[in-house]
Design a binder for this molecule. Structure first.
Ligand code: RFL
Ligand code: PHB
Length: 389
């Protein structure tokens, strides 16, 4: 079998790339390790930058998002019993859109099915061959049978635990990593959100975040120990802990109910360089991870897709390799800025086990500076709504 592009991974990065390429007449096969239902069962991101929304428009999959997504013109930050507002719209002219990654992925799968483009689920033993030559190919197994796809390019969109990154020889690849000494315990509940905006909270008991999916679906997170398991946390214990970490007036109006999903995610900062090796391109979590505090993971996957999509269109339509040659450099420039923001915002809001009284004072001073200084608020807002592509 032959395809112009083989996309490994049917998560948001792979599906968005596939849809954009299809609209330009470039045909891609998507190989996904899991089933569609499994992919759609993962509760993840909720905040979309306008750059990602524009890409979804271009891909022709933004109708439901336009109808059901929530426009957020700002966010709230709580610390020391107080709460302040950062007005994205006033500071940058741009909002963010709250719309679940799950819904976005569903829209992409539906659109892909409608085009008749090929998606192969439940693949195993995916391997990339000859990516540094002119004739790469990908092999995989499905239901016990071996398959081979010859192609022009391979897009590694298979997330942090995928195989694509490992295909780049170790002596050509450099990895940068920071792990954090805590995780996030997340709960999804069929309750109305506690506020119209997201609330990021720094409290002496640790970080908390109030987010949402719609009028009757809320998403909350609290910082927890890495050794905790979701089963250790009853719903009652979760709600009680969340309340303690929020300013009183917010805690008083928190609506609680049974959790419909509860999970723990570790926090990590990670980047691999370069993001291209010959005809193999890494996109999204396959190349980099950010702690979720700045809501940047999915949005960074989208900016990678933007650069790669334009590079491939330039190659097929103009026979110009410039976009391909510069893909890694362009993507990484934006990746590192988002890494910096996510690391900084995480350090502003969490309790670290080794924090001494001086470190705590620094955190408080930094929060006060953000609350009181318009230039700092603007820098924060520009990063949060998304730096330009
Ligand atoms: P994904 O979503 O991991 O998809 C990769 C896909 O590849 C498949 N796969 C393979 N397929 C074939 N062969 C193999 N060998 C394969 N190995 C893996 C997998 O099954 C999967 O379907 O990566 P992608 O597409 O790069 O998308 C990245 C985003 O999912 C991720 O960055 C975000 O979810 C991160 N994130 C957030 N990002 C935001 O922009 N805003 C947020 O508000 C936000 N909140 C979050 C988050 C991530 C979280 N967790 C669970 C880590 C909140 C949380 C709690
Ligand atoms: C979410 O709604 O899941 C969410 C929102 C903002 C973040 C992280 C996660 O920073």
């Amino acid at each position: 079998m032959r395809a112009q592009v083989v996309i490994i991974g049917g998560g948001p990065a792979g599906l968005l790339l596939g849809q954009l390429l299809h609209r330009r007449g470039i045909e891609a096969v998507v190989l996904e390790r899991k089933t569609r239902d499994y992919v759609l069962g993962r509760i993840r991101a909720g905040v979309l930058e306008s750059g990602l929304v524009a890409l979804l428009e271009e891909a022709g999959v933004a109708n439901r998002l336009r109808a059901e997504g929530f426009v957020h013109d700002g966010t709230r930050i709580a610390a020391g019993g107080e709460i302040f507002h950062v007005d994205f719209k006033a500071l940058t002219g741009k909002p963010v859109i709250v719309y679940g990654q799950t819904e976005m992925t569903r829209d992409l799968y539906d659109a892909r099915a409608a085009t008749g483009a090929r998606t192969v689920f439940e693949v195993d033993h995916v391997a990339i061959h000859d990516a540094d030559g002119d004739a790469p190919f990908v092999t995989y197994a499905q239901s016990g049978a071996e398959h081979r796809i010859d192609c022009d390019f391979v897009a590694g969109c298979d997330g942090f635990h995928g195989i694509s990154r490992q295909a780049i020889p170790l002596n050509l690849r450099r990895e940068y990593e920071k792990t954090y000494p805590f995780g996030w315990l997340g709960v999804l509940s069929r309750t109305p959100p506690v506020d119209e905006e997201l609330i990021y909270a720094n409290s002496e008991r640790g970080f908390a975040l109030c987010s949402m999916r719609n009028d009757n679906l809320s998403r909350y997170y609290i910082q927890c120990a890495l050794s905790d398991h979701p089963e250790d946390w009853t719903d009652a214990a979760f709600w009680a802990e969340l309340r303690r970490r929020l300013p009183e007036e917010i805690a008083a109006r928190l609506a609680t109910g049974p959790s419909i999903e509860k999970s723990i995610a570790p926090l990590r900062s990670f980047v691999t360089e370069p993001m291209r090796w010959g005809r193999l391109f890494l996109c999204g979590d396959a190349a980099h991870i950010v702690p979720p505090t700045g809501a940047k993971g999915l949005n960074l996957a989208a900016s990678d897709v933007h650069y790669l999509y334009h590079a491939l269109a330039q190659f097929y339509e103009e026979r110009d390799r410039e976009g391909i040659e510069r893909y890694s450099e362009r993507a990484l420039l934006r990746v590192w800025k988002a890494e910096r923001f996510s690391w900084w915002f995480s350090s502003l809001l969490h309790r670290y086990p080794d924090q001494n009284p001086f470190d705590l004072k620094m955190q408080q001073a930094e929060l006060a500076f953000l609350r009181d200084n318009p230039a700092q608020q603007r820098a924060f807002a520009e990063n949060y709504v998304g730096l330009p592509y």
